[in-house]
Design a protein around this ligand. Structure first.
Ligand code: PGA
Length: 243
């Protein structure tokens, strides 16, 4: 059975007080959300501990947006696995295209961060995806397969989530057609030894397109940026097909 995971990626949004405001508005909407759906919020480091103290036993799981591969050391601005496990989180986004594009993340550092995540008992959400130019050049499949091959060296596929996030669809409102996302995700699955890995789609998921996206045979969830920032829209996403 593949687990369904709807995850919000807040990126660099929300102070602690704004995070709390979100939680108070969001949690009541989970009353009728089927237990089979895992709900995750990947929030800034500054809000993680605060959020974990304010979840009050709710079913929401927390995720970080980055992790360093070293146990500790002179790595200004980075966060270690031990620092994350101590505050009670479950997931770490690894290799988001914004990290690759703006912070020099490579397939090799992505691999190191995946291994560190698993070593600390956390579940990585590995992001892969092609740019518009790569898609237009017909390179989508090759790019994705290459990213997977390099990222997954020695990675345990029994503790892994993958998000297919076409870069041109992120934050643009230009969602990938649900059937096309499904096609690429099936290709991703064909590359895996564990066929039960949860594979999400990410890129301009919103209350209007979520039902169609989640109806696809190979799509097991969504990684959501913009539409996860408001309790009203994120609650619609986690309750897809219900309201
Ligand atoms: P978006 O971001 O939903 O705002 O397009 C998705 C992501 O970057 O994970």
């Amino acid at each position: 059975m593949r687990k369904i995971i709807i995850a919000g990626n807040w990126k660099m949004h929300k102070t602690q007080s704004e995070s709390l405001e979100f939680l108070q508005a969001f949690l009541p909407h989970l009353e009728d959300t089927p237990e089979t759906r895992e709900i995750v919020l990947c929030v800034p480091f500054t809000s993680l501990h605060f959020m974990s103290k304010n979840l009050h036993g709710s079913r929401v799981k927390l995720g970080a947006q980055n992790i360093h591969w070293a146990e500790q050391g002179a790595f200004t601005g980075e966060v270690s696995g031990a620092m994350l496990t101590e505050i009670g989180i479950n997931y770490v986004i690894v290799g988001h295209s914004e990290r690759r594009q703006y912070f020099g993340e490579t397939d090799e550092t992505v691999n190191s961060r995946l291994l560190a995540t698993q070593k600390h008992g956390l579940t990585p959400i590995l992001c892969v995806g092609e740019s518009k130019a790569q898609r237009d050049a017909g390179e989508t499949e090759n790019i994705i397969i290459n990213q997977l091959q390099k990222a997954l060296v020695n990675v345990d596929q029994n503790n892994l989530v993958i998000a297919y996030e076409p870069i041109w669809a992120i934050g643009t409102g230009d969602t990938c057609e649900a059937t096309e996302a499904n096609r690429v995700i099936a290709i991703i699955r064909s590359q895996l030894s564990n066929k039960n890995v949860t594979i999400q789609y990410g890129g301009s998921v919103n209350p209007k397109n979520v039902d169609e996206i989640m109806a696809q045979s190979d799509i097991d969830g969504a990684l959501v940026g913009g539409a996860s920032l408001e309790a009203s829209s994120f609650s619609r996403l986690v309750n897809y097909n219900l309201i």
